[in-house]
Design a protein around this ligand. Structure first.
Ligand code: GLU
Length: 309
């Protein structure tokens, strides 16, 4: 690990950190998960990981935070890696245009969620992983540990409990899909696995490294294949179109990279072949994306000229 200034994009990260510190509007932390509500919106970290495993960053880039929906990328990765195309029987890959926890579309689309990055779709993916392995959350944690090289990445039981205590909406989504035969495990077991998965705590450095296979066409940190080149492309494509809730169009417009956000205030983004990025700042906009995080990624692609377009 190195610090900014020494890495290829170090000077740009230093500049972004200064610009971000001057932002007046920072949004508000998620409050529907009580334990996340107290986070300080002025916290900010950003890390860049290069394909060879070099990682550096600015601000709170080594501070662990609640990864939440960022884990949906790693869950989908495992499902595609273990089970191939079968995962698409139960979940689509189109943007939903609806909030991440919306119920409305599910009824008129017969219990098949639009994509794996809204909660309903993520529940289908976790359900499948649970059926395949018996420990979906443990497997996701293991993938994050292995790819980041940080064995300390772990669940935060208090966050999982905090979410479970307010879990009615996710429970409704799961029961509703079960009524269409699109959930195989008992709903309480599935919800426990899903809340555990969402409670994984990791830093910007960890997540930028862990997502490295998406910049390396599916190749893991140790050089072995996790995904085929084509599957890595598919995940990046779904991140671009569906990774930032119902603001994916705005994110593509401003940042121009595949990205996935979480309500803990983190966002990962991929510049295929060049680097992976992770930003964290807990203040969210109306759609659930980190205000400072999107602004920082916007500046990164503007200042470097790197994007997929
Ligand atoms: N655990 C959160 C939920 O299911 C994740 C949401 C998110 O980060 O988008 O509501």
């Amino acid at each position: 690990m190195t610090t900014a200034g020494t890495g290829r994009f170090g000077a740009i990260l230093d500049r972004i950190e200064k610009e971000t510190a001057a932002l007046d509007e920072r949004g508000r932390p998620a409050d529907y998960i009580p334990l996340l509500a107290g986070a300080d919106p002025r916290r900010f970290g950003m890390a860049v990981a290069e394909p060879d495993g070099t990682v550096y960053g600015v601000g709170d880039w080594r501070q662990p935070f609640s990864t939440q929906s960022i884990t949906k990328v790693f869950a989908l990765t495992l499902a595609l890696s273990l089970d191939g195309e079968r995962i698409w029987h139960g979940v689509g890959r189109e943007p939903s245009g609806n909030p991440f926890n919306s119920l409305v579309q599910l009824e008129y689309e017969n219990g098949i969620p639009r994509n794996p990055f809204i909660n309903a779709g993520a529940l289908v993916v976790t359900d499948r992983l649970q059926t395949l392995t018996g420990d979906a959350a443990g497997l996701i944690r293991e993938l994050l540990r292995t790819e980041s090289g940080n064995p300390a990445i772990d669940f935060e039981p208090a966050i999982a409990a905090s979410e479970a205590a307010r879990g009615d909406r996710n429970a409704a989504l799961a029961h509703f899909m079960a009524s269409y035969g699109n959930i195989a495990n008992p709903v309480p077991d599935l919800l426990a696995a899903y809340f555990q998965q969402c409670s994984i705590t990791a830093s910007c450095a960890d997540l930028a490294l862990a997502a490295g296979f998406l910049a390396r066409q599916g190749v893991r940190a140790d050089g072995s294949a996790l995904l085929t080149r084509s599957q890595a492309k598919q995940i990046n494509a779904v991140m671009l179109t569906c990774g930032t809730y119902d603001a994916a169009g705005e994110f593509a417009y401003r940042v121009g990279l595949p990205g996935k956000s979480g309500v803990g205030g983190g966002i990962i983004a991929v510049v295929p072949g060049v680097c992976t990025l992770c930003v964290w700042s807990p203040g969210l906009d109306q759609r659930g994306n980190s205000v400072a995080g999107v602004a920082a990624l916007d500046r990164f692609t503007t200042l470097t000229g790197l994007s997929i377009f």
